[in-house]
Design a protein around this ligand. Structure first.
Ligand code: ASC
Length: 152
């Protein structure tokens, strides 16, 4: 493979990491807002349950922990489709900066996706220390985006 082909392949792969925000079929802002809130809600449920297991607030169950990590991986690429142009208007905590500062938002979304991939590997390793580390990194990537782009 030529260097140019390798470069193209790399760029295409990087592009696929995040769902293309242009491809959506929502009827209006509110439908898009509800869609992304539903996805975030499922991510939050799965993440909180993992947190409870890591902190010993719930019994640690290796199989369930892996399922939770995989659920979040599947969900991690899904919210972005809901951020259609203009959907800072409606029942949402999304800041208009998301659209004004799209590259930064996309970067944070990709960092989250990448951390979640590492979280799945850590979960599969069965190594609690690795799980805690990846879990912390993932949580920080949630927070970093919320700090900039979510109204509190
Ligand atoms: C959660 C949740 C978030 C993140 C964030 C991590 O469980 O609902 O928004 O973790 O608090 O810092």
């Amino acid at each position: 493979m030529s260097n140019n082909m390798k470069k193209t392949l790399l760029l295409v792969t990087a592009g696929l990491l995040s769902t293309n925000v242009l491809a959506s079929n929502f009827d209006d802002n509110q439908e898009a807002i509800e869609y992304r809130k539903d996805v975030f809600g499922l991510i939050a449920y799965n993440f909180s349950d993992m947190k409870a297991m890591l902190k010993g607030e719930k019994d640690f169950n290796q199989q369930l922990f892996e399922i939770r990590a995989n659920n979040i991986k599947a969900l991690s690429t899904m919210p972005w489709e809901g951020f259609i142009q203009g959907s800072d208007k409606g029942d949402t905590d999304a800041k208009a900066d998301i659209w004004a500062d799209g590259a930064e938002f996309k970067q944070k979304a990709q960092t989250f996706e990448q951390n979640v991939i590492k979280l799945v590997s850590a979960a599969q390793s069965g190594d609690k220390k690795a799980m805690k580390k990846s879990f912390g990194m993932t949580g920080r990537s949630c927070k970093s985006c919320h700090d900039d782009f979510k109204k509190d």
